[in-house]
Design a protein around this ligand. Structure first.
Ligand SMILES: *[C@@H]1O[C@H](CO)[C@@H](O)[C@H](O)[C@H]1NC(C)=O
Ligand SMILES: *[C@@H]1O[C@H](CO)[C@@H](O)[C@H](O)[C@H]1NC(C)=O
Ligand SMILES: *[C@@H]1O[C@H](CO)[C@@H](O)[C@H](O)[C@H]1NC(C)=O
Length: 249
């Protein structure tokens, strides 16, 4: 199941919309072809910098590709143990035990009900499942928090989580087994103004209530962070064929 096994027009099964000719690919599958395309469609680190609420500090820029690299259409994020770092600058200020990588898309996901009646966000991933790793392919609000939609979150087990945060305490979560066979598998979300549907390979896994997402711009991220107790060596997270399609009808 390594290769995406269906044509673009076949992707939306269950929501209100079929991809139509007016729908627009706003982030194409070629974004990991070269550093030039990477930097056209993505930015290094988080929008706010290198630190978040985990124990990994994100490292990378246009001249440092040790933790964030692309080659042949594949993005590789790698996490390595580190010591002697100051704690995270983000709440709750955990100790930094790893250097890792993250990128966020330049395009924002904003279902406004007119220009965009929905978005389809998809990609193929190889994820570590080692305890302490916590990579994710996720959306979070540009202004404040929530909303957040974790399209795929791997929490160091052979499971994948999809979470929809309507508020900090009003959350839907679905968990399904992750085929940790070393091959790429496709993770996808289709969001409209009221629902968000999550897929693994071509199978619908869950549809969550996305009340409150209307008009809320969201960032798309990918990260390969590691926690504690975490791996003693390098772990990698890979992505390819990441595509964002704006649905207009
Ligand atoms: C860290 O932040 C992410 C994204 O905002 C959230 O999903 C996660 O639950 C947070 N983890 C902790 C330990 O607070
Ligand atoms: C890139 O990051 C490295 C450290 O990882 C730093 O030494 C260098 O100055 C940075 N370059 C740019 C262009 O920001
Ligand atoms: C969706 O969630 C909102 C907020 O929790 C709730 O008011 C509404 O009833 C839910 N809608 C459905 C169809 O469950």
């Amino acid at each position: 199941m390594g290769i995406r096994n269906y044509p673009l027009v076949g992707l939306v099964f269950l929501t209100h919309a079929l991809l139509s000719s007016a729908d627009t690919v706003v982030l194409p599958a070629t974004s990991f072809d070269t550093y030039s395309t990477l930097e056209q469609y993505w930015a290094y680190l988080y929008p706010w910098g290198s630190d978040h609420n985990g124990s990994a500090r994100m490292v990378g820029n246009s001249s440092d590709h040790e933790h964030i690299s692309v080659s042949g259409g594949v993005l590789t994020l790698s996490a390595t143990p580190v010591s002697g770092q100051p704690p995270s600058t983000s709440n709750p200020h955990p100790a930094i035990n790893y250097f890792s990588g993250t990128i966020h898309a330049n395009v924002q996901i904003n279902v406004d009900g007119t220009d965009a009646v929905g978005y389809q966000v998809e990609g193929e991933f190889i994820s570590p499942t080692a305890k302490g790793t916590w990579p994710a392919f996720w959306l979070t609000a540009v202004n404040g928090w929530p909303p957040e939609a974790d399209i795929g979150e791997w929490k160091g087990t052979e499971q994948i989580w999809s979470n929809t945060f309507r508020t900090a305490s009003d959350v839907s979560s679905s968990t399904v087994p992750w085929p940790a066979d070393g091959n790429f598998h496709c993770v996808k979300a289709v969001t409209s103004d009221l629902t968000i549907a999550y897929y693994l390979d071509d199978a619908l896994q869950a549809t969550h209530n996305a009340t409150g997402f209307l008009g809320q711009a969201m960032w798309l991220y990918m990260e390969g962070s590691s926690g504690s107790p975490g791996p003693s060596g390098t772990t990698i997270f890979q992505a390819r064929n990441v595509i964002v399609t704006k649905l207009t009808s």
